[in-house]
Unconditional design. Structure first.
Length: 123
């Protein structure tokens, strides 16, 4: 009977984790630092570079060989090994237009709506 209860509890925890998105990696401090980038512009986003505010430059392109098409959303997870919550981001569109976002708290925000014409909206 006890083994059945443990198995049932484990199954319930796995299902709850899947439903709440808890499968996304956390840092050692227990905080998430991922962000969903939503392209609300008129052209694809080719590059997204995100670095913590203590870094002197933007890091690597987080999209690799993919892009964010118009209307699409991509979940990105910047390097978080230094424990920062606040990050700066640089988005580069297909025509070379760059849009910058400064000092966004990725421990609180979950989405960035971005287009090539103005300031990104953080939600």
């Amino acid at each position: 009977m006890r083994a059945f209860n443990i198995r049932l509890m484990t199954t319930a925890l796995v299902v709850m984790a899947a439903m709440t998105g808890a499968a996304v990696a956390r840092s050692d401090d227990g905080l998430y630092r991922w962000i969903d980038v939503v392209n609300v512009g008129d052209q694809p986003i080719w590059y997204v570079q995100i670095s913590d505010v203590g870094d002197g430059h933007y890091g690597r392109d987080l999209l690799g060989d993919q892009m964010i098409l118009v209307g699409d959303t991509v979940r990105l997870e910047p390097d978080r090994d230094r424990g920062y919550c606040k990050f700066d981001a640089l988005f580069t569109f297909a025509d070379g237009t760059e849009v910058m976002l400064w000092d966004v708290n990725l421990c609180e925000a979950t989405k960035i709506f971005v287009d090539e014409n103005g300031t990104p909206i953080v939600a």
